[in-house]
Design a protein around this ligand. Structure first.
Ligand code: PRX
Length: 651
């Protein structure tokens, strides 16, 4: 448990009360109403979730809301038949939502596109037909490696429409990471673009895919969206395998009847880091995920018909899946989507977008907020942000200082802040304020969402004030497994205590019943909201020909929340040098992607180990954070740590 986090949390007792005006119009407008509905949702989850599911379209109604017989392999809305693309699109076409903007998109160079629900439905239908023409069938896996352009959402919805399973790979991942994911799920197709804009440059996505799939015989077709228009490099198209997106959608009908998929049919896989060297393919299925993202989006973002809702995440992460695509579209909301970075062409880009489109709900990450703080108030102050009515954060604990800044400078002290705790595995938001009905405290995710039975447990499974966060009951948006690894699913999430889900986070519950998330308690590091497993990085380092051993840890970082520090020992005869450090950083970029580069690489003669040979990471953390060393009695060779300390302090 991170003691410093715990102390910060214990000292924070400011409360912020939502305005009467917000309260009056909120979906859930009083704490009493929240508690009453929460109680009902916990006492009778089947009744609660069943009645929410009735708000959506089912081709055939489920036989049973929850089947717990084969726990932890739970089934939700058993034998129900539905389609999430139908619920995100067709369901709205008979209503006033038909002509409303579904996606308002801005490219980094400045282009704008608006797709109404009608337009989006046509595009999705056409692409779904094109996929069918290429032989894609129900249950096929399709990897998507696209920039933040509307075709990314279109591709996901088109897969869902025909019952194909998408796995979106964030466009910052390297060729090797793509290859590993494609092979793990045996993907039949990759959908990519010639390029995508990022900080004024074109990322050459298609070239990266070409390299990635050289060894992937499973990939039969590659669909390429023309985004960069050959600028500044040409895109090679391999006859027979590669197809331009605009060509294949040109030849097809705009009507593609949705597949009537089973509630428990796989909707998508999303790879995320865990505590071993291999990323896990998290499985999400259709019905439960649809109901959960629909309801959480509606209540947490208090969606109203006139909102312009902007989630700044990349769709390559779960936040974008649940709260750019599925949740908001199931609600008929208008989503803003932006392709590029916040500092292009200058540091005012986000605020310019908020002013230009009159954004009302803004959802971003604490690391972004801390970056904006560093850039200074003069950037947001140049723009009119008065359209905003609600702010949100996600991805990591928000420090109270950043929360206060967000509230004052961006929210004008007039917008509730929803600090939403959840994970790739949970599918949707689990602990969060419901705006309007709850007072907020900077740094606290407040109360559990409806149907989420949360507690804090100690190692032996007893309730405690500060300990491990635990979820006591299944919920509809929960992961259904790890792709082709049922054993790992059970061991990772369901074996710490019997029948309780273990998310891997530390937490504290205060005397008002508010939850404070204290960060990961396992070897997963959260760098700028990106999850990176230290074991994954360690195994990459030892694959390098110069490295004998490595230990990677996370340390506190002012802007990124956490940063990575790698301690590496070199093989006999290899000398440490700045060139080697550069080469190792390049190695990480090649193996994972830029975002996983460690803040520092320390060359060590040896690593601190116990007599049984286990690396003592705790001591490495003490060294890196400048603390007095903890207990070193179990250390095999005490001189090792002095040497490391000296090296670390040398800079
Ligand atoms: O440690 C928690 C942290 O992010 C982890 C989940 O990461 P990922 O699966 O990549 O999903 C991120 C977006 C949902 C959690 O185990 N985390 C996420 N949100 C919060 C948070 N920690 C504290 N407060 C949050 N609001």
């Amino acid at each position: 448990m991170d003691r410093q986090n715990l102390e910060t949390v214990l000292m924070e007792n400011r409360k912020f009360v939502p305005s009467d005006e917000f309260k009056k119009r909120a979906h859930i407008s009083s704490l009493d109403e929240y508690f009453t509905r929460y109680r009902k949702s916990i006492d009778d989850p089947e009744k609660f979730w069943g009645s929410i599911a009735e708000e959506l379209h089912w081709f055939k109604k489920w036989d049973r809301v929850l089947n717990e017989e084969d726990a932890p392999f739970f089934k939700w809305f058993e034998n129900g038949k539905t389609n999430i693309s139908y619920n995100c699109l067709d369901r709205h076409l008979e209503t006033g939502v038909r002509n409303k903007a579904a996606i308002i998109w801005e490219g980094e160079p400045g282009e704008q596109r608006v797709l109404t629900y009608w337009d989006l439905a046509r595009e999705v239908n056409k692409f779904a037909n094109a996929l069918r023409n290429l032989g894609i069938k129900h249950g096929d896996r399709i990897a998507i490696y696209l920039p933040m352009i509307p075709e990314l959402a279109i591709a996901m919805l088109a897969c869902a429409r025909i019952g194909a399973i998408h796995t979106v790979i964030f466009a910052g991942f390297s060729a090797e990471s793509i290859r590993d994911r494609v092979l793990d799920c045996d993907a039949r197709m990759v959908i990519t673009a010639d390029g995508g804009w990022r900080r004024g440059n074109v990322l050459q996505l298609k070239n990266i895919v070409d390299e990635a799939i050289q060894e992937c015989d499973c990939v039969k077709d590659v669909v390429v969206v023309k985004r960069a228009h050959g600028d500044p490099f040409p895109c090679h198209i391999k006859e027979g395998r590669d197809h331009w997106y605009h060509r294949i959608i040109d030849e097809v009908s705009a009507v593609c009847p949705p597949a009537e998929v089973d509630s428990e049919d796989l909707l998508f896989l999303l790879y995320t880091s865990g505590t071993t060297g291999k990323p896990k393919g998290i499985i999400h299925t259709t019905g439960g995920y649809m109901v959960f993202t629909y309801l959480t989006a509606k209540y947490v973002f208090d969606l109203r018909p006139e909102d312009v809702y902007w989630c700044t995440a990349d769709i390559g992460w779960v936040t974008g899946h649940s709260y750019i695509v599925y949740g908001p579209l199931a609600n008929g909301a208008t989503c803003l989507m932006y392709e590029g970075t916040p500092n292009w062409p200058d540091k005012g880009r986000f605020w310019n977008i908020i002013e230009k489109y009159g954004v009302t709900v803004f959802y971003t990450a604490p690391t972004a907020i801390r970056t904006f703080m560093k850039w200074g108030e003069r950037w947001p102050e140049k723009y009119d942000l008065s359209s905003l009515r609600l702010l949100g954060t996600v991805g990591e604990p928000i420090n109270p200082e950043a929360w206060i800044w967000y509230n004052k400078i961006i929210g004008g002290e007039n917008c509730p802040i929803v600090d939403t705790w959840w994970q790739t595995e949970t599918g949707g938001i689990m602990i969060t304020p419901l705006p309007g009905c709850m007072d907020t405290k900077p740094g606290s995710a407040t109360y559990p969402f409806f149907g989420i039975d949360v507690t804090v447990l100690n190692e032996s499974g007893e309730e405690t004030e500060a300990g491990f966060l635990a979820i006591k009951k299944p919920w509809p948006g929960m992961l259904r497994g790890i792709y082709s690894d049922a054993k790992r699913y059970k061991e990772t999430y369901w074996s710490k205590w019997p029948d309780v889900y273990f998310p891997g986070d530390g937490a504290k519950k205060d005397s008002d019943g508010y939850y404070w998330i204290l960060g990961r308690v396992d070897d997963v590091v959260n760098v700028s909201g990106h999850r990176i497993g230290t074991a994954e990085l360690e195994s990459i380092f030892v694959e390098h020909e110069t490295i004998a051993e490595s230990a990677v840890i996370g340390i506190k970082h002012e802007v990124k929340g956490q940063a990575l520090v790698a301690f590496v020992s070199l093989k006999e005869g290899v000398k440490a040098s700045p060139e080697l450090e550069g080469e190792l950083k390049h190695w990480v970029v090649k193996k994972i992607g830029k975002f996983a580069i460690p803040e520092r690489i320390i060359f060590a003669a040896d690593l601190p180990k116990t007599r049984s040979g286990k690396i003592m990471r705790r001591l490495l953390r003490d060294v890196s954070e400048g603390r007095a060393l903890g207990n070193i009695t179990t250390l095999a060779d005490a001189a090792v740590i002095d040497d490391l300390k000296a090296k670390y302090e040398e800079g």
